[in-house]
Design a binder for this molecule. Structure first.
Ligand code: PHE
Length: 441
C-alpha cells in the first residue's frame, strides 16, 4: 500500500501543532511552572524550547521526511541496525506516555460532564480541590473515562492519517486559541491577580537549580512531542517538496505561545483565589471552574473549555498512538485496524495501574514515586532527553549531508542557519542534555 500523505502543508502544520499542543501546554505547563518558582522557570523553558526544541523539531521532521519511515525504520535508514534501537525506545516511550496521558484525558471528559450538570461551577477552591481529589482517587470512576478516552483515540487512528487525524486537528485548534484569550482577560481582571502575573513573569534567579533545569528541559520535550519519534512519524507523511523548517518553526512558535498563554490564564487566578502555587497536577482542574463561576455565562464557557481541552488532548493522544501503530504497520506489515485496537487495550491496562496509583494503590512506590508519576518522570526526564541526544548526534554527524541537501531543496543553497544548527547538533545539544541529566544524578 502507498504511504499516506497529508492533504496539504497547512494540514501537516496543524496536525503537528495538534500533537504538540495538548495537556502538556494546558495541564502540565501551568502546574510545573507554578511549582518551580514561576518566572525563572518560564525563562529556562523558553531557552530550552528555542535552542533544543527548535533544532530537534527540524531534525526529527526532516529525518522522517527523507526516510519516509516511522522511527525504527528511519534510524535504521540513516544509521544501520544498531541505531534502530533508538527507534524502539521511542515506540516504547509513546506507549508509556499514552498509558497515563489517557487517564488525564479521561479527567477532561469527567469535567465536561460535570460542567454540563453545573455541579463544579463554584467559587470555593477548597471544595473544588475536594471534588478533584475524590474523583482521581476513586478506584472505579476514572477508569470508565480513561476507557472512553482511549477508545476515541483508537477510533481516530483507525480511520487513518489524513481522514482521521488531519480533519480533527484542523477544525478545532483555532477555537481553543480564541477561548484561551477570552479566559485570560477574565483571569487578569480578578482582584488580586497581579501578584500571579508578577510571579509568572518576573524571574527570580536565586531559585534556579539543577532540578528546575531538568523540569524545564523535560517539559520542553514533552510539550513539543520531541525525543520519541512522533514528529519523525508525522514528517514521514510529508511530501518531498514541502519546506520542513518553516513548518517546524511554526509548530514550535504556536505551542510555546499556548504554553505561555495557559500560564497567563491560570496563574493570576491561582493567586486571586489564594490557592497554593505548589498545588500540583490538580491545578488546572481546580482553578478553571472557579474562574468560570466568576464569569457571565460561566457554564457555557466551562463546557466549551473542557470540550476543547479534550480535543487538544485527543489530537496529542492520537499522535502518540500513531507512533506505536505505524511501527507495527511499517515493520511487520500488520493491518492498521487490528494493531490500533490491540495496542489501545494494552495501554488501557497499563493506564489502570497509573490511575489506581493515585488512590487505592498509593502505597506502591518506587524511588518515592507512585506509578503515575513514575511513568511521567521516566518518559519526559529520561527517555525523551535520550532520544534528543540521539537525534542531534544523528543529524549532526551521520546524516548531516542528506539533511543539509533536503533543507537546501528550494534554491539549492543551504539556509543561513544550517551551519550553526549543524555545530549545535554535533556538540552543544548532546552536551547540554547530558549536563542537565548528570547534574541531577
Ligand atoms: N505534546 C503533547 C502534549 O503536550 C504530548 C505528547 C508527547 C504527544 C510526546 C506526542 C508525543 O500534550
Amino acid at each position: 500500500m502507498a504511504r499516506a500523505v497529508w492533504g496539504s502543508r497547512l494540514g501537516f502544520i496543524l496536525a503537528a501543532a495538534g500533537s504538540a499542543v495538548g495537556l502538556g501546554a494546558i495541564w502540565k505547563f501551568p502546574y510545573v511552572a507554578a511549582q518551580n518558582g514561576g518566572g525563572a522557570f518560564l525563562l529556562l523553558f523558553l531557552v530550552m524550547v528555542f535552542t533544543l526544541g527548535i533544532s530537534i523539531m527540524i531534525a526529527e521532521m526532516t529525518v522522517g521526511q527523507i526516510s519516509q519511515k516511522s522511527p525504527v525504520g528511519a534510524y535504521r535508514y540513516f544509521g544501520g541496525k544498531p541505531w534502530s534501537l533508538v527507534g524502539y525506545i521511542g515506540v516504547a516511550c509513546g506507549f508509556l506516555i499514552l498509558s497515563f496521558y489517557s487517564v488525564v484525558g479521561g479527567w477532561t471528559i469527567f469535567y465536561m460532564v460535570q460542567s454540563v450538570d453545573g455541579s463544579i461551577l463554584i467559587p470555593d477552591t477548597l471544595l473544588l480541590k475536594q471534588i478533584f481529589d475524590a474523583f482521581i482517587t476513586n478506584p472505579v470512576e476514572p477508569l470508565g473515562y480513561h476507557a472512553a478516552f482511549m477508545a476515541v483515540t483508537a477510533g481516530v487512528v483507525l480511520v487513518g492519517v489524513q481522514k482521521g487525524i488531519e480533519r480533527v486537528s484542523k477544525s478545532l485548534m483555532l477555537m481553543l486559541f480564541l477561548l484561551i484569550l477570552v479566559l485570560i482577560v477574565r483571569s487578569l481582571t480578578l482582584p488580586g491577580a497581579s501578584e500571579g502575573v508578577m510571579y509568572f513573569l518576573t524571574p527570580d534567579f536565586s531559585k534556579v537549580n539543577a532540578k528546575m533545569m531538568l523540569e524545564a528541559m523535560g517539559l520542553a520535550f514533552f510539550s513539543l512531542s520531541l525525543g520519541m519519534g512522533c514528529m519523525m512519524t508525522y514528517g514521514s507523511y510529508v511530501s518531498n517538496e514541502t519546506n520542513i523548517a518553516n513548518s517546524a518553526a511554526s509548530v514550535v512558535g504556536l505551542t510555546t505561545a499556548v504554553c505561555v498563554l495557559a500560564g497567563l490564564m491560570i496563574l493570576p487566578a491561582v493567586f486571586a483565589f489564594k490557592l497554593s502555587p505548589a498545588e500540583g497536577p490538580g491545578l488546572t482542574f481546580i482553578i478553571m471552574p472557579a474562574v468560570f463561576s466568576h464569569l457571565g455565562g460561566g457554564q457555557f464557557f466551562a463546557i466549551l473549555f473542557f470540550f476543547l481541552l479534550f480535543v487538544a488532548a485527543l489530537t496529542s493522544s492520537v499522535s502518540l498512538m500513531e507512533v506505536v501503530t505505524s511501527f507495527f504497520i511499517d515493520e511487520f506489515n500488520m493491518p492498521r485496524i487490528g494493531v490500533s485496537i490491540i495496542m489501545a487495550i494494552l495501554m488501557f491496562v497499563v493506564g489502570i495501574a497509573a490511575s489506581l496509583s493515585l488512590g487505592a494503590w498509593k502505597e506502591y512506590t518506587l524511588f518515592g514515586s507512585n506509578i503515575f508519576h513514575l511513568l511521567d518522570y521516566v518518559t519526559s526526564h529520561l527517555m525523551m532527553p535520550f532520544g534528543g541526544i540521539m537525534i542531534t548526534v544523528l543529524v549532526g554527524w551521520k546524516a548531516s549531508r542528506p539533511v543539509a541537501a533536503r533543507l537546501a531543496l528550494a534554491d539549492g543553497t543551504n539556509p543561513w542557519w544550517w551551519p550553526a544548527m549543524k555545530q549545535f547538533c554535533r556538540y552543544i545539544a548532546p552536551l547540554l542534555i547530558l549536563l542537565v541529566l548528570f547534574q541531577n544524578l
